[in-house]
Design a protein around this ligand. Structure first.
Ligand code: GTP
Ligand code: MG
Length: 278
């Protein structure tokens, strides 16, 4: 929902209601960055590079309407808990990743699901936002097989349903997928489900639109003009395109904080009511 445009993005003029932020959370080395790479149409990398925090932005034209999706790839080491809390406060949709071969990473996803619910509940009464933000839980590395598996399907089902003994919401906005970022297995279906849960177009999923390079943008705009009114214009309006912004910069922490403060009715009153923003 945070709309921050660099000057070169200004021409897109995307309505606020079409700007969303997807936050990817989970323990270290579970494959968050590998999953984000798949989302951005990049190749899988066997090399591990720790993430501090990566920000990406993707623009879409879907059935004639423009959308902006910001993607926050967080650190599994979470050296700054306040940053994690801020990423939850500013996030609209969440991907929680654990590795099927790591029980500890599953326990971390349990904690994260609870933290998302508690953090969003804090804003709930002050905004129209629901406490049950759309969440998809991913059991990654299913390519490693049952021999390495440390988490049972029943345990995950209980977590998704929200009845594993903790009061963490109804679970109505939660789904689970076993995926492999390495093999690109179940990844597209997982994203489609996430966007559907969030009431966003399923075409935002990587397999449901055509990726266009930023250089093609102007050309496409020109062609749109020349197609105006014709069959080609109608076809273009019905289609779905995506562009990964090449030099997207993360909005500053300050602007994120201001956004949350404005969102929480009364801003400063939030603290009096027990809602500490950072
Ligand atoms: N076998 C297998 N390995 C994977 C898969 N996804 C990621 N990996 C590997 O797991 C390691 C960690 O992947 P990352 O995507 O960097 O993990 P991360 O969760 O982003 O880690 P942090 O940035 O430290 O939080 C890398 O060596 C990846 O190549 C998968 O689906 N299967
Ligand atoms: Mg990473």
């Amino acid at each position: 929902m945070i709309k921050k445009m660099s000057p070169s993005d200004g021409e897109f003029n995307i309505p606020d209601k079409n700007c969303h932020r997807m936050v990817v959370l989970g323990s270290t080395k579970v494959g968050k960055s590998a999953l984000v790479s798949r989302f951005l149409g990049e190749r899988f990398d066997d090399q591990y590079t720790p993430t501090i925090e990566d920000f990406h932005r993707k623009f879409y034209s879907i059935r004639g309407e423009l959308y902006q999706l910001d993607i926050l790839d967080t650190s599994g080491n979470h050296p700054f808990p306040a940053m994690r809390r801020l990423s939850i406060l500013t996030g609209d949709v969440f991907v929680l990743v654990f590795s099927l071969d790591s029980r500890e990473s599953f326990l971390e996803v349990q904690r994260l699901k609870r933290q998302i619910h508690e953090t969003k509940s804090c804003l709930k009464n002050k905004t129209k936002e629901s406490a049950d933000a759309p969440v998809v839980i991913c059991g990654n590395k299913c390519d490693r097989g049952d021999f390495h598996r440390q988490v049972t399907e029943e345990e995950v089902e209980r977590l998704v349903a929200g009845d594993e003994g903790t009061d963490i919401g109804t679970g109505t906005c939660c789904a689970y997928f076993e995926i492999s970022a390495k093999r690109n297995a179940n990844v597209d279906l997982m994203f489609q489900t996430l966007f559907t849960l969030a009431k966003l177009p399923a075409e935002m999923s990587p397999d449901r639109h055509r990726n266009v390079s930023p250089q093609c943008c102007e050309e496409a705009a020109l062609r749109r003009k020349s197609f105006r009114g014709g069959k080609k214009a109608k076809d273009a309006a019905a289609a779905a395109y995506g562009i990964v912004a090449p030099f997207a910069r993360r909005p500053s922490v300050h602007s994120d904080l201001l956004y949350i403060k404005e969102k929480a009715v009364g801003g400063g009153q939030a603290k009096d009511r027990g809602c500490v923003i950072c």
